[in-house]
Design a protein around this ligand. Structure first.
Ligand SMILES: Nc1ncnc2c1ncn2[C@@H]1O[C@H](COP(=O)(O)OP(=O)(O)O)[C@@H](O)[C@H]1O
Ligand SMILES: [Mg+2]
Length: 293
């Protein structure tokens, strides 16, 4: 199996390529979004992809979109055979592409955290707080928070996203919309927590994206995938210890053992790391399939 790291659809209008997705324009109101096998870490895209990753992400997102009944999302069509020409003639799009409503993006990453890890842990160690939310003293790495918190960050096109105070978001978007986004982010996170508990997975945190279509706030992009969330093995979970995870953490940990400085172009990932990552992404898909359909 070969990784699909780029798409090329003659006759179609590619709007742009994100780190993972290629986005095509269908018309003024619709996009066609393809999840490729590209993988990024520390804001760099690696030259080699993870074979099948795009299908895994797309399948996971679609399962969640279908099952999150309390909020609308961008999905219009998931079956590539029903796509218009020329897309329906490209069977490499099977299970990796969706037609979506084209939204006006909310330019913040909407993050919910139930456990303290990653940049949240770094900020807590420096300031005792995350995004201005002061936390109890003495928390250990990977500790569970008393209740999940909403911690938005800026969505930087270039460079690193930055955690910000909720007040900053309120200033930009207004109180009503910001409150709604915070409420929905935490609601999606707690729904995911309940579902995943049944297959022995802890969801530690997740990043959502929202958009607006005809004055309505909807979920866009991807939801509750191993690219956007941290998934931990419940049975192995011990506070104070970096948990066994089914997500990108494995790649980040591997990169931290190399000499790559995270500024120069990213090196190719070794075959073994590619295969292990693929196994982790497949494992989380298979677990989710036992609790959602
Ligand atoms: N329904 C939608 N309407 C408009 N933009 C969208 C929609 N869904 C996703 N997007 C945007 O399409 C892009 C998807 O590409 P991706 O590789 O995920 O980007 P990124 O590098 O920002 O993670 C993102 O910029 C995302 O915000
Ligand atoms: Mg994205």
């Amino acid at each position: 199996m070969k990784a699909l790291t780029q798409t090329n659809i003659p006759g179609a209008k590619k709007l742009f390529s994100g780190k993972v997705r290629d986005v095509y324009e269908l018309d003024d109101e619709h996009l066609l979004i393809v999840s490729t096998d590209r993988i990024s870490a520390f804001d760099h895209i690696f030259p080699n992809g993870i074979p099948g990753k795009g299908e895994i992400l797309n399948t996971i997102s679609n399962l969640w979109f279908k099952n999150i009944g309390f909020m609308r999302n961008h999905i219009v069509e998931t079956d590539y055979r029903k796509f218009p020409k020329p897309f329906c003639d490209h069977d490499e799009l099977k299970d990796r592409a969706v037609i979506t409503r084209r939204a006006k993006k909310i330019d913040f990453e909407c993050i919910a955290r139930g456990y303290i890890i990653g940049t949240g842990w770094n900020d807590y160690q420096k300031t005792g707080a995350i995004c201005g939310i002061t936390l109890p003293t003495g928390l250990k790495l990977a500790d569970r928070l008393e209740r999940p918190i909403f911690t938005p960050s800026t969505k930087a096109d270039e460079g690193h996203d930055e955690n910000i105070a909720f007040e900053h978001m309120q200033k930009e978007l207004g109180k009503e919309l910001s409150d709604k986004i915070s409420e929905m982010t935490l609601k999606v996170f707690s729904f995911a927590g309940e579902v995943l508990d049944k297959c022995n997975i802890i969801i530690a945190d997740t990043k959502l994206e929202f958009g607006i279509v005809k004055d309505e706030l909807i979920l866009i992009d991807e939801v509750l995938t191993p690219d956007s969330s941290r998934f931990w093995e419940k049975e192995k979970y011990t506070p104070g210890v970096s948990p066994l995870s089914f997500d990108k953490q494995y790649i980040r940990d591997y990169l931290n053992t190399t000499t790559w400085d995270k500024n120069s172009p990213a090196p190719a990932l070794p075959e073994e790391v590619v295969e292990k990552t693929r196994e982790k992404y497949l494992e989380i898909l298979n677990r989710i399939k036992t609790v959602l359909n």
